[in-house]
Write a protein of this length. Structure first.
Length: 419
């Protein structure tokens, strides 16, 4: 046992601190989510999730893969070029600021035309356009430097500060209070993250911007595709006025995300090492780690899915009886089949696609995202709200299967060239 611990000491310690950090950050947003589900009516809760789906769709264009690419280049520069490392924050910040400014202008000019009566709610959440990408940027820097302990402490402090006003705002101001709570939490997190990282230069570096933006551009396009087969389902349901179904779909999806958090953490703490192995051209090591993690995550995902299938209806009946409807039950029984895909992807995407420099495979989200959008629109028009559920399940299975088969084949070929 001691031998295993010392062999994986760094990974175990990083996993512990990253777990605290993620549950500190995700815990508070999940708490807001649960409070909204409890205190708002299913219809109001549906509006809340529809608005957040819109704002996070817009955030994709404000970030456009910058925060994810930053994590890779921080880990890389930390090994190869310490001077460039200090230039990452300012130059990434600059790109994000310009992108979020342009997206904000677009919202003010055209938002009311597209969103109609929901436009005002989106305006309440507009600060998230900047706050969400910039906190993700800092998160990427801390992760790239393996500063998981500091990151976890910061997130816990931000969560404890925020929790004091979350309940009061939702209780007294309902839907508006819930939206404002999101802004305040991200603002507090941003301030503390900024105070905790001072190793940067305020200096324009064209090379750093080019490195990060070239890589982030691929991730940004992939993120748009990812939205097309995840959050687009909520946007379609909202467009067709299935507002209660938006609430049910969001509830189930958020539970899936919460369950996948430990697997996401595992992928993120492994990713700096994968980047290091890729920089040193040790692809045999990467290939073996990929294969081992795939089988472990597949086994655990099956266990988690079976457990949730039994437990979630019991929890809903006791604590959220308004949601235990026929529509919710049907949705859950179909969507549970996608949970293993969510869990496996949480590990492999974080640890291998971005970190090993194989972001090109993330571009598969574009064609499959479009397939999901078109299929979802056609099916919802003909068979109702279940159409988007079936479309999402089919497209998710296809993209994840094809992506990881291609990635493993690529790693295998690269590893063979080392021999």
């Amino acid at each position: 046992m001691n031998k295993i611990y010392f062999k994986h000491k760094e990974t175990i310690h990083n996993f512990f601190w990253r777990s605290l950090q993620i549950f500190g950050k995700q815990g508070i947003t999940f708490l807001i989510f649960i409070l909204c589900a409890k205190l708002l009516s299913p219809y109001e809760f549906g509006i809340y999730n529809y608005v957040l789906a819109v704002i996070f769709f817009l955030i994709i264009f404000g970030d456009f893969g910058i925060s994810a690419a930053t994590s890779k280049y921080v880990a890389q520069y930390n090994v190869t070029d310490k001077d460039k490392l200090k230039s990452v924050l300012f130059n990434s910040f600059l790109v994000i600021f310009i992108l979020t400014f342009l997206v904000s202008i677009f919202v003010f000019l055209f938002g009311e035309f597209f969103l109609k009566e929901k436009y005002l709610y989106v305006i309440y959440t507009l600060p998230l356009l900047f706050l969400a990408p910039i906190t993700s940027l800092y998160d990427g820097i801390y992760r790239g430097l393996k500063r998981f302990r500091q990151l976890s402490i910061i997130s816990l402090i931000a969560g404890l500060i925020s929790i004091s006003f979350v309940y009061i705002l939702i209780r007294h101001y309902g839907l508006i209070g819930a939206l404002i709570s999101q802004n305040l939490f991200y603002f507090v997190l941003f301030i503390i993250l900024a105070l905790g990282y001072k190793s940067y230069n305020i200096k324009f570096d064209k090379k750093v911007i080019k490195d990060i933006f070239n890589y982030s551009f691929i991730l940004g396009i992939a993120s748009v595709g990812y939205i097309l087969y995840t959050r687009i389902d909520i946007l379609l349901l909202g467009y067709f006025d299935y507002i209660n179904e938006v609430a049910y779909y969001s509830f189930i999806s958020r539970v899936f995300v919460f369950i996948s958090v430990p697997f996401t953490i595992l992928g993120q703490i492994i990713s700096p090492n994968i980047t290091k192995y890729a920089a040193l051209y040790k692809f045999k090591v990467i290939k073996e780690k990929f294969r081992r993690l795939f089988f472990i995550s597949m086994l655990l995902s099956i266990i988690c899915s079976l457990s949730l299938y039994i437990l979630l209806p019991v929890i809903i009946s006791h604590y959220f009886p308004n949601y235990l409807t026929r529509e919710f039950t049907i949705m859950f029984k179909i969507m549970i089949w996608s949970l293993p895909l969510v869990i496996i992807s949480a590990v492999l995407s974080q640890a291998f696609i971005v970190a090993s420099g194989k972001a090109k495979y993330a571009l598969l989200t574009i064609p499959f995202g479009l397939i999901n959008l078109i299929m979802g629109y056609i099916l919802i028009s003909n068979i109702g709200f279940l159409g988007v559920i079936y479309a999402s399940l089919i497209s998710s299975f296809l993209i994840k299967t094809i992506t990881y088969l291609l990635l493993y084949k690529d790693l295998l070929n690269t590893a063979n060239k080392e021999s």
